[in-house]
Write a protein that binds this ligand. Structure first.
Ligand code: ADP
Length: 273
């Protein structure tokens, strides 16, 4: 069972968030697609700066959990609180009502996501890929967005590719652009969804290296869906094993990955030996 916060009857709004420590709280989240319940009551608090690795068999619900934070999926029931703000609901005249697009956009501003398949804009240079959201979403002035985007691309080792288009880059380089593009928005939480699984094996290392560097810098919370167990062991503060829509085991990486209690986790980990 998960060792997370107790869910109360209290509505979770800005004024009633019950875990002040958490940057993200999932409270009794369920999600069904049609008749199939893929998340069956997830309670999960993530602390600011915490690095969480989500592992589990294919279909266990890992991607759905992080897509919800990005507002790409809506929970069937339960609450998600991000930095004290209710993600899917807002308070109006003392009542909780479904969130407006504007409210969703505001809360989403705290979250950055990197996908398995990069999702870069093919018709923009990599510098333009990074600059566009700060300018158009955050209304940052162009000179400042450009300066910060260049700094971020330099940080991921692509300072010499600013004017290249995505099609001119390797998969590993594209994934590093995707990271720079997310980071330039200064998110409080970064989500990584199997970001190395579409890459040729020889390109995996360079992408993991960049994530490791970002993780070391500290302040940002990170949630990584990953099959790279060595990597999880190395950078995560906590590993969560999701099985069939529930948190079946969680704890420090050395415990969960090297001395697990859960039988299905033991079987799952055997595949990586
Ligand atoms: P994981 O990331 O652990 O592989 P997912 O969160 O992607 O798992 O998927 C969990 C389950 O939900 C799977 O059975 C998947 O087929 C199903 N699922 C995910 N997204 C959708 C969708 N948009 N419509 C229908 N079923 C979905």
């Amino acid at each position: 069972m998960s060792e997370t916060s107790v869910v109360t009857n209290e509505s979770a709004t800005e004024s009633t968030t019950n875990n002040e420590d958490a940057i993200v709280s999932y409270k009794n989240i369920t999600k069904s697609f049609g008749d199939v319940e893929v998340l069956k009551g997830i309670d999960l608090d993530i602390k600011p700066a915490e690095k969480v690795a989500l592992i589990g068999p294919s279909g266990s619900g890992k991607t759905t959990i992080i897509r919800m934070l990005m507002t790409l999926e809506q929970p069937t029931s339960g609450e998600i609180i991000v930095d004290g703000k209710n993600l899917w609901h807002m308070e109006k005249n003392g009542e909780l009502v479904p969130a407006t697009e504007k409210h969703l956009r505001e809360v989403r501003g705290d979250i950055g996501m990197v996908f398995q398949h990069f999702n870069l804009f093919p018709h923009m240079t990599i510098l333009e890929n990074c600059m566009t959201a700060p300018i158009h979403v955050q209304k940052e002035d162009k000179a400042s967005a450009k300066k910060r985007s260049i700094e971020m691309l330099e940080k991921v080792g692509l300072g010499d590719k600013l004017d290249n288009y995505p099609s001119q880059l390797s998969g590993g380089q594209k994934q590093r652009v995707a990271m720079a593009r997310a980071l330039v928005m200064r998110p409080k939480v970064m989500l990584f969804d199997e970001v190395t699984s579409a890459l040729d094996p020889e390109l995996v290392g360079e992408v993991l290296e960049v994530i490791r560097d970002i993780a070391k810098e500290g302040e940002m919370a990170m949630v990584l869906v990953t099959h790279e167990m060595e990597f999880a062991l190395d950078i995560a503060d906590r590993v969560i094993f999701l099985d069939n829509g529930v948190i079946a085991e969680q704890g420090p990486p050395s415990k969960v990955l090297e001395n697990p209690d859960n039988e299905r986790l033991q079987q799952f980990l055997h595949r990586f030996r």
